[in-house]
Design a protein around this ligand. Structure first.
Ligand code: FES
Length: 112
C-alpha cells in the first residue's frame, strides 16, 4: 500500500522537461512556493522565497549548483539551501526530490 506518512508523501509537481537546464521553475505545492531547479544534471527543490526579503528565487540565475537571488545577489547552495554570500544569512528550506521517468516528484517534508 502507501509508504510512510502523509507528510512525507512525494507528489508529482511538473514534468522534467518543464525545468530548464541551468534554470528554475517556480511552482506552488499546497500553497507552498517551491523552486524546482536543474543544475549540472541534478534536480533540486528549494523554497521559492529568498530568506533575505520575500522575493522569488526561481527568477534568479542558476550556475554550478547554486541559485542567485536577483534582488541583492545572495547565492544559495541548492543541495543545502545555505547562503554562500551576503546579504542573506539564513538558509532556505530544501525538499526531497525524486525523478520518475519524465516526472519530478517532491515531498514537502523538508530536508532542512
Ligand atoms: S532579497 Fe534575496 S538577497 Fe535580498
Amino acid at each position: 500500500m502507501s509508504t510512510g506518512t502523509g507528510a512525507a508523501a512525494f507528489r508529482r509537481v511538473c514534468a522534467l522537461a518543464d525545468v530548464p537546464d541551468e534554470g528554475a521553475l517556480g511552482l506552488e505545492v499546497d500553497d507552498t512556493p517551491i523552486a524546482v531547479v536543474r543544475s549540472e544534471g541534478q534536480v533540486y527543490a528549494i523554497s521559492d522565497v529568498c530568506s533575505h526579503a520575500e522575493v522569488a528565487l526561481s527568477e534568479g540565475d542558476v550556475e554550478d549548483g547554486t541559485i542567485e537571488c536577483w534582488l541583492h545577489g545572495s547565492c544559495f547552495d541548492l543541495a543545502s539551501g545555505k547562503p554562500i554570500n551576503p546579504p542573506a544569512t539564513r538558509p532556505v528550506a530544501t525538499y526531497p526530490v525524486k525523478i520518475d521517468g519524465d516526472d519530478v516528484l517532491v515531498s514537502l517534508d523538508k530536508n532542512s
